[in-house]
Design a protein around this ligand. Structure first.
Ligand code: BES
Ligand code: MN
Ligand code: MN
Length: 463
C-alpha cells in the first residue's frame, strides 16, 4: 500500500465532515418516532458507498429497516472481504446528561483523546467505525490499489436484535459469499495498546412481570397481609446470585467452558490498572464473581444483570400504595457454548419456580444470540495482526470482549466464514451512554489500518 498517509492528510477535513453529516441524522432504531431518519440514513450510506467506488449499491427492503448492500468485484479469482456494520444507533436518553446535543456533533479534547473526539450518539457505535470502512475503500479505489473484491452489508437494526438481517443472510448466501468478514464495532485496549477482539459474549434478554392483587391497594389497609409484587420481585432477583456472586439458576453453568490455567495466564498479561479502572468509574472497589479477575468477569464469564426495574408510585411526594404489578428487564451475557435459547428456558423455569404463592409470574423472552470466539492461527487473524503492526508499530493483543454482536455467530453458520473484529473504540468512549464519542485519531487510524488488512489478506490468501 502506497500513499495511504498522503491520501489521508489530503482528505482529512472532508473525511471528518462527512462523518459529522452522517451523525446529524438521528437513526434511532428502537424508537418509531425516528423511522424517517433511519430510512434517510440508509439512503445516505448508499450514496456514500457509490461515491467511494462501489459498482453496485442496493437498498434491500426488509420487514423492518433496510439493509444497504454494496460491492466492487474486480476479479472473481481474487479473495472477497465482506464488511458488516450498522447505521442505526441507540436512543440518546437521558438527554439532560449530554453536555452537547446528541445529534449536533462537536469535537472536544479529552484525557484519552488529546487530539479531540467527536461527541455524538453513534460516533463510535457504529457510524464512525462503519464509515472508516467506506473511506478506506475510497482510499484504495482512488489510489488505484484495491487488491481484492469487497462487499458491504450495512444494517439498520443491530441495536434491536438484527432479526431481519438473519433472514436476509439465510436467503442470500451466494450473494454474500466471501473469504472473510470484517467488522469494526468493538474496541481496543488503548491508543498505545492495540488489540484485536477475538471473542464476543452471547445474550439472552428477558422481561419479567409479577402480578399480586388485581388492583393497587392501600398499603395500610392491606400491607402485611398480601404479597407485594415489588417486594417479591426484588427478593426473587436478589436470589439469582449467591454469596459468591455465582448465578443460582440450575444448569446455567453446564456448558460454560473453563479456560485452562495457561489461557488465563495469557489473558492476565493484557495491561490493566485496577486503580485507573475504579477511578474512571468513581467506585471504591470492583464487584463480581468470586475467583475471577475483572478482565475475566467481563469477558469469559457469563453474567446476569437487571437493566431496568419499575412498578408502584415513583412520582413526586409519597403515595401509600401496594402496586398490583412489578416489572424488570434482565440481560444475561453468555459465553461461547452456552445456548441462548436454552438459557432463556432455564431462566423461565427457575424464575417461575421460585415465585411464592400469592403472585403470578410472566417471563417474556426478548431477543438473544450466541457468543463467538475465533482462533488466532488463521490467515485472516495473521493479516489483521500484521496490519496493526504496520500502522501502530506494535503487535496487537488478542482480547475477548464482553459485548455482543449476535449476528456474528450466525454469519459463521450461514456463510461459513470467520470474522475479524477490528475495533478502534475505547471502553471510555461511552457507547450507549450520554456523551458518546469517538477519537479523531482513532477514526483516522482505522482508515489507515484497514487497507493494509486488505493487502496482507490478499497476499496471504493467494496461492
Ligand atoms: N457494538 C456493540 C457491541 C460491542 C461493543 C461489542 C463494544 C464489543 C465491544 C453493539 O452495537 C451492541 O450494542 N450490541 C448489543 C447487543 C444487541 C443485541 C442489542 C449489546 O452488546 O448490548
Ligand atoms: Mn455496535
Ligand atoms: Mn450498540
Amino acid at each position: 500500500m502506497k500513499n495511504v498517509k498522503n491520501y489521508l492528510s489530503e482528505n482529512k477535513d472532508r473525511f471528518l465532515n462527512e462523518l459529522i453529516e452522517l451523525l446529524k441524522i438521528p437513526s434511532v432504531s428502537a424508537d418509531s418516532a425516528y423511522s424517517q431518519d433511519v430510512l434517510d440514513t440508509a439512503e445516505t450510506v448508499k450514496k456514500r458507498l457509490e461515491e467511494a467506488g462501489c459498482d453496485i449499491v442496493e437498498i434491500h427492503e426488509t420487514a423492518g429497516y433496510p439493509i444497504v448492500y454494496g460491492e466492487k468485484i474486480i476479479n472473481p479469482n481474487l479473495p472477497t472481504v465482506l464488511v458488516y456494520g450498522h447505521y442505526d444507533v441507540q436512543p440518546a436518553d437521558p438527554i439532560n446528561l449530554w453536555h452537547s446535543p446528541p445529534f449536533e456533533p462537536v469535537i472536544k479534547k479529552t484525557d484519552k483523546h488529546p487530539e479531540g473526539a467527536i461527541f455524538a450518539r453513534g460516533a463510535c457505535d457504529d457510524k464512525g467505525q462503519m464509515y472508516m470502512h467506506v473511506k478506506a475503500l475510497e482510499l484504495m479505489v482512488k489510489t488505484d490499489q484495491l487488491p481484492c473484491n469487497v462487499k458491504f452489508m450495512i444494517e439498520g437494526e443491530e441495536e434491536v436484535g438484527s432479526n431481519n438481517l438473519a433472514i436476509y443472510v439465510a436467503e442470500n448466501r451466494e450473494k454474500l459469499a466471501n473469504d472473510v468478514i470484517l467488522i469494526s464495532d468493538t474496541g481496543m485496549i488503548a491508543n498505545d495498546v492495540p488489540s484485536i477482539t477475538t471473542g464476543l459474549r452471547g445474550l439472552s434478554y428477558v422481561e419479567v412481570e409479577i402480578t399480586g392483587p388485581n388492583r393497587d391497594l392501600h398499603s395500610g389497609l392491606y400491607g402485611g397481609a398480601v404479597a407485594n409484587p415489588i417486594n417479591i420481585l426484588t427478593k426473587m432477583i436478589a436470589s439469582l446470585h449467591d454469596e459468591n456472586n455465582h448465578i443460582t439458576i440450575p444448569g446455567f453453568y453446564d456448558r460454560v467452558e473453563e479456560l485452562s490455567t495457561e489461557e488465563r495466564a495469557e489473558m492476565a498479561k493484557a495491561p490493566f490498572s485496577l486503580e485507573k479502572y475504579q477511578n474512571a468509574l468513581d467506585i471504591e472497589s470492583v464487584y463480581g464473581e468470586k475467583g475471577y479477575s475483572t478482565n475475566e468477569r467481563n469477558s469469559i464469564r457469563p453474567t446476569l444483570d437487571v437493566n431496568g426495574i419499575w412498578g408502584g408510585y415513583t412520582g413526586e411526594g409519597a403515595k401509600t400504595v401496594i402496586a398490583s404489578k412489578a416489572f424488570a428487564k434482565i440481560s444475561m451475557r453468555l459465553v461461547p457454548n452456552q445456548d441462548w435459547k436454552e438459557i432463556t428456558e432455564l431462566f423461565k423455569t427457575h424464575f417461575e419456580a421460585i415465585a411464592p404463592k400469592g403472585v403470578k409470574v410472566v417471563v417474556k423472552p426478548h431477543h438473544g444470540g450466541q457468543g463467538y470466539v475465533t482462533p488466532i492461527d488463521t490467515v485472516a487473524y495473521q493479516a489483521a495482526s500484521k496490519a496493526y503492526e504496520t500502522t501502530f508499530g506494535k503487535k496487537p493483543i488478542p482480547q475477548r470482549s464482553g459485548g455482543s454482536i449476535p449476528i456474528v455467530s450466525l454469519f459463521e453458520k450461514e456463510l461459513k466464514s470467520k470474522t475479524i473484529l477490528m475495533g478502534f473504540g475505547l471502553d471510555s468512549d461511552a457507547i450507549h451512554s450520554p456523551n458518546e464519542h469517538f477519537g479523531v485519531w482513532n477514526y483516522f487510524k482505522g482508515i489507515e489500518t484497514i487497507p493494509y488488512f486488505y493487502e496482507y489478506f490478499t497476499e496471504m490468501t493467494k496461492k
